[in-house]
Design a protein around this ligand. Structure first.
Ligand SMILES: Nc1ccn([C@@H]2O[C@@H]3COP(=O)(O)O[C@H]3[C@H]2O)c(=O)n1
Ligand SMILES: [Zn+2]
Ligand SMILES: [Zn+2]
Length: 247
């Protein structure tokens, strides 16, 4: 089943010209939002996409450019739209997401709101699970390296597309995605300066063979991306808000 992907933003955590690196994935009438950073509500507003048009939100890890919009999303869905959408959360993240990122704003015991379940239909998932979302649309998470003791999960979309969460350069995994999993498209985060430390750098991604680079679309980049146009090898720079077709 073909996918369309529309980035709500393509920026790094500190980008000011681009919104947070959050993605809308459309498949067969279903809409999945991958991550919901602090700029997601504004980006959705600009795209004129009502929040209740999203069927599910997948959380990859708990940095603010990936979860900082969840408080507004929860409040609006509850008090404006009166609905509860799916929140797909890896098991290792579900407690820290509430306890360390959201509880301060969303907890309201006086009105019975004491956890994520009071705002979302929480679906807890594990690495390697094939998660069926809709007819012809499934996802699978893979744990990728980012910050020690802070799990971050990349995602296979329908077997043929790999969407990186925030991750260090993991060439063995990218080779696996290309040669074994035979993914046709790789959407990869990209830090424009070195060393990477917690991200994959453009210099590192440029060491991949051209046959892999041809599949890569770059995202999660800094405000100075325009200086790199023409210098990203065979890799394409993704544009936020443009709808990409992945047949
Ligand atoms: N050890 C760390 C931890 C964090 N950071 C920066 O903080 C940002 C948090 O969001 P991010 O998108 O993961 O990018 C991280 C780094 O820029 C970093 O540079 N080094
Ligand atoms: Zn990030
Ligand atoms: Zn991060």
């Amino acid at each position: 089943m073909s996918l369309q992907i529309q980035m709500l933003g393509t920026g790094s955590a500190f980008a000011k010209k681009f919104y947070n690196n959050n993605a809308l994935v459309y498949c067969n009438g279903y809409t999945l939002l991958i991550d919901c950073g602090f700029t997601a509500p504004r980006s959705l507003y600009e795209l004129k996409i009502p929040l209740n048009q999203i069927d599910a939100i997948l959380i990859t890890h708990i940095h603010a450019d990936h979860v900082g919009g969840l408080e507004e999303m929860a409040f609006q869905l509850k008090y404006v739209f009166n609905t509860r959408i799916k929140l797909i959360v890896p098991a290792t993240i579900v407690d820290p997401l509430w306890d360390t990122s959201l509880k301060g704003g969303l907890s309201n015991p006086a009105e019975g709101m004491t956890g994520l379940d009071d705002y979302f239909e929480v679906i807890i998932v594990d690495e390697g699970d094939i998660i069926p979302l809709h007819d012809g649309f499934n996802i699978e998470l893979v744990l990728t390296e980012h910050i020690p003791n802070k799990p971050s999960y990349s995602v296979y979309l329908n077997d043929n597309t790999f969407f990186s969460a925030d991750m260090k350069f993991m060439p063995a995994l990218i080779h696996h995605v290309h040669y074994e999993r035979k993914c046709k498209y790789i959407l990869h985060e990209c830090q424009l300066f070195s060393p990477g430390l917690v991200h994959a750098t453009l210099d590192e991604l440029l060491t991949l063979p051209e046959s892999i680079q041809e599949k890569i679309l770059l995202m999660h980049y800094g405000d100075n991306i325009s200086q790199f146009v023409g210098n990203t090898g065979r890799m394409e720079i993704m544009e936020q808000h443009r709808i990409y077709q992945f047949p």
